[in-house]
Design a protein around this ligand. Sequence first.
Ligand code: GCO
Ligand code: MG
Length: 405
Amino acid sequence: MTDSIINAKVIVTCPGRNFVTLRLETSDGLTGVGDGTLNGRELAVATYLQDYICPLLVGRDPEQINDTWQYLYRGAYWRRGPVTMCAIAAVDMALWDIKAKRAGMPLYQLLGGRARNGVMVYGHANGRDIPQVLDEVAAYLDHGYQAVRVQVAIPGLDAVYGVSENRTFYEPATVGERPQESTWSTEAYLRFIPSLFEAVRERHGFGFRLLHDAHHRLTPTEAAKLGKRIEDYDLFWLEDPTPAEDQDAFRIIKQHTVTPIAVGEVFNTIWDCQRLISERLIDFIRVTPVHAGGVSHVKRIAEYADLYGVRTGFHGATDMSPVCLAAALHLDISLPNFGLQEYMTHTEQTNEVFPHSYRFENGFLHPGEEPGLGVDIDEKLAARYPYRKAYLPVNRLLDGSMHNW
Ligand code: GCO
Ligand code: MG
């Protein structure tokens, strides 16, 4: 008799920040977990799973991942979009977890085995001024990191993206009934930001990968100008210089600069990045399992990108739960065109709720050798941290116009 899914449960918990997790149970006693967290809109995915997907999963054969993925994608009729794709992602991850557990292997072995010894990750150095960022970079390098992203406050602007009080991670969502508002001036940013890269290279040299996130705020011309201006500082990537839905914008950027470009954390499907990849308009694709349809679909995107020399740089901020991070690591270690993995450490509370086998060692993460994804959720502990409504910030120009956050 074939095995079947007997229980599908959605767990929403807030051990420092909100996470949505799907937990599946099979008739032969296996369990699998999947991440469905959509920062600032968590309950939309929880409801989608709870009301529309869980009832369809019970009774299905957990081994038929491809059929289930297509059933949920084609079956919805309303395709793509972050809510649908996060929900499908949660199912997909949980099914891969179950399949790998049944095989008695860590997931990366089912994906064909290792293509490298470890997954190089980048840390996040940020600060209220350049000297503080320089000290942060030093701390990451001392800790063994070989890649560091730098973000700094811009004189004259309050609450700039990527700058936090907490030194080990950056958490932009804030608990409350309304989003926080920050202000922005591209002129002030463009005047100031090159001096950050200059200072970092002057103090710490060129022996590590340097990254920066512009977080969707520039026009194509501004981005091209910035990319050109900072070429001597040899960035490993400049991330999200312009809003990613305008794929043609990247042609302008690419015509003017050889600073590598990383894009894609807001993409949900292969169709969102098809042209960016096939026309070689980006260097790194930043999708991640939770936002782009799970292990199955991200694998497809990465393999497509490999045809065009585009490498992976999967999104790994704190809103990707340890379940998503583990799924990303199994892909990272097995894909030929891996580039770099983002890593923002989770809080102690989060790590306790999600016991995991991945570990950090000298600048690299290792997915561990436990069968499956190597992550579980402690439901009892999770229940101690109820959901708290939180929003991502919104952003205004100095004259009050809305801008991209
Ligand atoms: C990154 C991202 C994050 C996002 C966050 C939104 O590069 O890590 O830009 O900081 O802003 O994941 O939920
Ligand atoms: Mg980013």
